[in-house]
Design a protein around this ligand. Structure first.
Ligand code: FAD
Length: 475
């Protein structure tokens, strides 16, 4: 008896509920992956994300081969591919772990109905979250719109995760040769041809082993003191687990259990880290209840917001890290070089785009989507709407990050700016954050760096406050 185990954003064997259900029900698991970006509802994965996926799929296949199995790769449409695989293999069942992006939820519900109609067993599981997005609700049964009460109720409902260990090997499939072999991974053309992603792999190792190593390194290192150092972009103060979690190379239950089992870690650091996993949970809660927010502001008062008219040159400067504001440019260059950006700097660059340049948050969300290896529809939507002030639990309208003040506070010795903008390293730290204040020194140190910021931090703040004041009334 065979069951197809349909791998998606759960590219691991450890603590994999669908694989567990298949093996515990006595099926021989047949691992399949279906490439179908056109089914993602306008949010087909971006280039950085696909580069990661390429390596992650390769790693998963290698792990399966070490267990006398392999990953069979196909191109969509997903339903037809599953149907023809069921027919070709005499499999009785299809098991998968749920994804929660709105277009995928709809697609998967339709697939489940169609497979069941034809007599197959089709079942899905939660392999991605600590809580199902619909599980927690206010006393009145409404979705939460603010993080603090959401997380209080999550902590009250907390059940200590008990992750499942994958078997060391799988039983051989009958008549292996008769089963469709699928495509070679390279045929999907996920990996960039020109190597612009080389810098990504200096820090990151996609795949389950890389994820477990990153988790161990974090638990032994940055977890200690996490509460304070998580905000310092020059430090290695966070876990960098986000792409591993997005691709499901490690389960969030495994992460939570490992962190909580770390006996010598200060409880305040552990609790703060769990809270960050909580933001991830909250983002899925919001995405589920407010699916329209992937491209419209949750707060309808922003339908008429006076966003700045289109300014392609300004947007290009922001993307390229050439705004003339060093902390913003450093972040955008870190993103381009590594496929990742520190959370504090994500907030600063997002605030500069939406408040100072007053561009619609979707411009930023789309660029992050293309450039981040951890691009995640739930977290990205929440992050952008939170900063723009258009979403649930939004930062208050008057919270406009001053990039110079932020840099002074979180990068006091200027190490982060110097790392990503080496041309400014010769300027001493206070000036390194606002080089326009000494034009002669700037010209000497970095002749090619913009003379002036695209929008001056103080003037931009005033203009943004005026625009935001128009939507300040009650919801
Ligand atoms: P750690 O501090 O080690 O946190 C552990 C984990 O908690 C992270 O891996 C992540 O899964 C989760 N987490 C932490 N902070 C947040 C948060 N604010 N919201 C949701 N989950 C969080 N995160 C993404 O994974 N994908 C995105 O596309 C994404 N886009 C963002 C866009 C903007 C504008 C902003 C402000 C934030 C965005 N974030 C996104 C959230 C956050 O910046 C990253 O999760 C974090 O920087 C990842 O680094 P880390 O793994 O070292 O985090």
């Amino acid at each position: 008896r065979i069951a197809l185990v349909w791998f998606r954003d759960d590219l691991r064997l450890d603590d994999h509920p669908a694989l567990r259900a298949a093996t515990e029900a006595g099926y021989l698991p047949l691992p399949v992956y279906i490439h179908a970006p056109e089914e993602e509802g306008g949010w087909a994965p971006g280039a950085a994300s696909e580069a990661w996926r390429h390596r992650s799929l390769r790693a998963l296949d290698a792990m399966l081969r070490a267990r006398r199995s392999r990953l069979r790769i196909f191109r969509g449409p997903s339903l037809q591919t599953l149907q023809s695989l069921l027919a070709a293999t005499d499999a009785e069942a299809v098991f998968w772990n749920r994804r929660y992006e709105p277009a995928i939820e709809q697609r998967d519900a339709a697939i489940k109905r169609a497979l069941r109609r034809q007599g197959a067993r089709a079942e899905s599981f939660n392999g991605a979250l600590l809580f199902e997005p619909w599980q927690l609700a206010t006393r009145r049964g409404d979705p939460y719109r603010a993080f603090a009460p959401f997380w209080t109720s999550a902590r009250a409902a907390w059940r200590e995760p008990a992750p499942w260990d994958a078997p060391g090997g799988f039983d051989a499939l009958p008549d292996e040769d008769a089963i469709p072999h699928g495509l070679a991974l390279d045929a999907l053309r996920l990996a960039p041809a020109r190597g612009w992603d080389d810098g990504f792999w200096e820090r990151f190792v996609p795949g389950e082993r890389g994820a477990r190593d990153a988790l161990s390194a974090f638990v032994e290192g940055a977890l200690h003191g996490y509460r304070d150092t998580r905000d310092v972009p020059a430090a290695r103060g966070t876990s960098r687990l986000s792409p591993h979690l997005h691709f499901g190379e490690v389960s969030v239950a495994r992460v939570a259990a490992t962190v909580r089992a770390s006996v010598d870690a200060p409880p305040a650091d552990v609790e703060r880290f769990l809270g960050e996993l909580g933001w991830r949970e909250f983002s899925y809660h919001l995405l589920h209840h407010f699916p329209q927010t992937v491209d419209t502001s949750l707060d309808p008062r922003f339908d008429d917001f006076p966003w700045a008219p289109p300014a392609p040159a300004r947007l290009r400067a922001w993307r390229r890290g050439a705004t003339g504001v060093p902390i913003v440019d450093a972040g955008m260059r870190q993103l381009r070089s590594t496929g990742w950006m520190h959370n504090r700097v994500r907030m600063i660059v997002a605030s500069y785009l939406t408040k100072h340049l007053r561009m619609h948050w979707l411009h930023g969300a789309r660029w992050f989507w293309a450039a981040l290896v951890d691009a995640d529809l739930a977290s990205n939507t929440l992050g952008w709407q939170w900063i723009a002030g258009t979403g649930a639990d939004a930062a208050p309208y008057f919270r406009i990050f001053n990039p110079v003040v932020q840099a002074r506070r979180f990068d006091p010795d200027g190490a982060y700016v110097a790392r990503w903008l080496p041309e400014l390293a010769a300027l001493p730290p206070p000036l390194r954050f606002a080089p326009w204040e000494d034009p002669a020194a700037l010209r000497r140190a970095a002749p090619a760096y913009p003379r002036r910021p695209l929008v001056d931090p103080a003037a931009g703040r005033a203009a943004a406050l005026e625009a935001y004041a128009k939507v300040r009334g009650p919801r």
